[in-house]
Design a binder for this molecule. Structure first.
Ligand code: BTN
Length: 287
């Protein structure tokens, strides 16, 4: 997704000057907290910024490493996507969300974390919308009708004792207009387009935090294996023909048959062999 520009949709009304085409409702810490349970409120602190380069990068500058911290921004000037891409982040229209989560575990225990974050996000979207047409394209793109609605960028840091904390970045297209998204170079959609309604970002953020904590706590207890069934019901690629590019220009084409216990994509080739593809080593060619 490409370039960041900041704009608000303004309509001119004959005889009355200009007005916003949608009421501008900003992110509001109090409102979000009022929608969280006492338990979650006691676990999570929330910081809202008007603008920042990237909410993921902002959280890296925070020295307090012991607690769960959520950072939201109205706008990102250098929003980051996976694989070095940019994430389109216009002002006050979408959700740009990052969460510092102190796992303090060996990195091997976090295998598949980014897939779990995709499941948590999709679950929050369903709770918020009461709709069910969201799917996950491995490893963690959330799509509706083959168009990208949300993306996830998990960054893991390991300290000198080998213990980890994660910065979990989630971008959800909410009220972004076609004009604002016109420079995005892949098919995309927004929740407003999906539901036909303006999105209450504060309510969606509270729903997202609630789902995230629930899924991560379960993941800490039972790992990715617990979620294999849920993954299967959300897996956009299952049974589809895919081409994977690894090690520069090596291409592998086969049928996607799900994931293994490490969260690697399984691809069955025409000779019957099954290859496990790690998201760190390979990218999917456009379907
Ligand atoms: C992708 O699909 O490529 C991942 C997109 C992740 C975007 C979010 S927005 C909040 C957080 N801050 C960033 O700079 N990126 C993530």
């Amino acid at each position: 997704m490409h370039t960041t520009k900041s704009s608000i949709n303004i309509q001119s009304v004959k005889g009355k000057g200009s007005m916003l085409s949608e009421p501008l409702i900003l992110l509001d810490n109090k409102k979000i907290k009022s929608l969280l349970s006492e338990n979650i409120k006691s676990l999570v602190s929330i910081e809202i910024l008007e603008t920042t380069h990237s909410t993921n990068d902002y959280l890296k500058t925070i020295l307090e490493k012991k607690s769960i911290i959520v950072c939201l921004a109205e706008q990102q000037t250098k929003g980051k996507g996976r694989l070095g891409r940019q994430w389109h982040s216009p002002f006050a229209q979408n959700i740009y969300f990052s969460c510092h989560y102190p796992f303090h575990k060996d990195v091997s225990k976090l295998t598949g974390l980014s897939l779990i974050i995709a499941l948590a996000t999709i679950s929050a979207l369903r709770v918020y919308c009461g709709e069910n047409n969201f799917v996950i394209k491995w490893p963690n793109d959330i799509l509706v009708d083959a168009k990208k609605l949300a993306g996830i960028l998990v960054e893991i840091n390991t300290d000198m004792h080998g213990l980890t904390d994660a910065i979990i970045g989630i971008g959800i297209n909410c009220n972004m207009s076609n004009t604002d998204g016109d420079t995005i170079d892949q098919p995309w959609t927004s929740l407003q387009q999906v539901t036909g309604k303006s999105i209450d970002r504060n309510k969606l953020v509270a729903t997202l935090i609630t789902a995230l904590i629930k899924y991560i706590q379960q993941f800490e207890v039972s790992g990715l294996v617990h979620f294999r069934g849920e993954w299967k019901t959300n897996d956009y690629l299952l049974g589809k023909s895919v081409t994977v590019i690894s090690g520069g220009n090596n291409e592998l084409t086969g049928i996607a048959t799900g994931i293994n216990d490490q969260g690697h994509l399984l691809v069955k080739l025409s000779d019957g062999t099954i290859h496990a593809i790690s998201s760190g080593d390979a990218t999917l060619k456009k379907l």
